[in-house]
Ligand binder design. Structure first.
Ligand SMILES: NC(=O)c1ccc[n+]([C@@H]2O[C@H](COP(=O)([O-])OP(=O)(O)OC[C@H]3O[C@@H](n4cnc5c(N)ncnc54)[C@H](OP(=O)(O)O)[C@@H]3O)[C@@H](O)[C@H]2O)c1
Length: 288
């Protein structure tokens, strides 16, 4: 049978991850979209032959590439694996996309910046990653073609996978102090909002580099307090500390300021993601 031209084939890598799960849910609710979820269990993106065979079979119109090595601290002790997945894996996906003229949306990170800026980062600011994870994700960005989409996001949370909201909900009924840093600044971003924007950018094949986060910068301390408050828990248990006082210190350095200004979306007249407070309420309702 000839292929149905009215159907757009969207391949999602990292489909079992926290973002990938929400991407699949959103895509499957859309009409005229065929969704193909790929994760390490059905295709290891570091294997070029496997990736190219996959593209030969699927012939995707659009690829949303969320698969990544995301263990930020562990990456410091296994840099080769982080680069293999985030840079070579992305190179293989780009090669597949080039063969079949597929549009690629690459999900990148605030960790490409060193965090020394006193103002939010623009899409055109010079990256200077501090950690192996940040360097390997930037290496992935460098594999892309001019027409692809780069969507940098930050502090990703959601209903699926492990993330700060789920960690705090797991701790909310105790009595001990919960110590969180109040000197790292960023924007929590919910996978349900992010997925919608990535799909929009992908389906419209919008090229270029975008910062895509929920609105309203905060600190981890304030974010955790808000999670406790929305969950009806005792927010006075949350105590501010400084990054230098973390015991033990984290192996990977974090950018102190990783607020991403969503300038390119705004300048192109593309609607921004909502304030994270609004989505936090919805996500906590779903998780409770
Ligand atoms: N989490 C954050 O705070 C954050 C912030 C900024 C940007 N991002 C970016 O957002 C994207 C999605 O993040 P996430 O939090 O949803 O990550 P995640 O939950 O760790 O999902 C990543 C997925 O990629 C899969 N994967 C790993 N290695 C692979 C390989 N060699 N071949 C195929 N699949 C592989 C993982 O499988 P396994 O679990 O089996 O390894 C996992 O299902 C990533 O590109 C990440 O860099 C995340």
């Amino acid at each position: 049978m000839p292929p149905d031209k009215s159907t757009t084939k969207v391949m999602v890598t990292g489909s079992k991850g926290q973002l990938g799960t929400d991407l699949l849910l959103r895509l499957e609710s859309l009409k005229n979209i065929e969704t193909i979820g790929i994760d390490i269990h059905n295709a290891d993106i570091t294997n070029r032959t496997v990736v190219l065979e996959l593209f030969d079979q699927v012939l995707p119109d659009i690829v949303i590439h969320g698969a990544a090595y995301t263990a930020v601290d562990k990456a410091e002790s296994e840099p080769e694996l982080a680069y293999k997945i985030n840079a070579i894996g992305t190179r293989n996906i780009v090669e597949g996309c080039s063969r079949y003229n597929s549009h690629l949306v690459y999900v990148s990170t605030d960790y490409v910046f060193d965090g020394t800026s006193h103002v939010p980062y623009l899409e055109w600011d010079r990256p200077n990653p501090l950690s192996v994870y940040g360097k390997s994700k930037l290496a992935g960005e460098l594999e892309l073609r001019p027409g692809d989409t780069i969507a940098r996001t930050s502090w990703v949370c959601g209903q699926f996978g492990s993330n700060m909201v789920k960690t705090v909900l797991g701790l909310k009924d105790g009595t001990n102090e919960l110590k969180f840093v109040d000197d790292q600044h960023g924007c929590p971003t919910f996978t349900s909002d992010l997925a919608i924007k990535l799909i929009e950018l992908g389906l419209n094949k919008v090229p270029g580099r975008f910062h895509v986060t929920n609105q309203n910068p905060t600190t981890w301390y304030d974010f955790v307090k808000e999670i406790m408050k929305v969950a009806g828990a005792d927010e006075s248990r949350v105590v501010p500390i400084k990054t230098v006082d973390l015991n033990p210190p984290r192996p990977a350095p974090r950018p102190m300021n990783s607020v991403l200004k969503n300038s390119a979306l705004k300048m192109m007249g593309i609607e921004l993601l909502p304030d994270w407070h609004d989505t936090l309420v919805e996500v906590i309702k779903k998780l409770s």
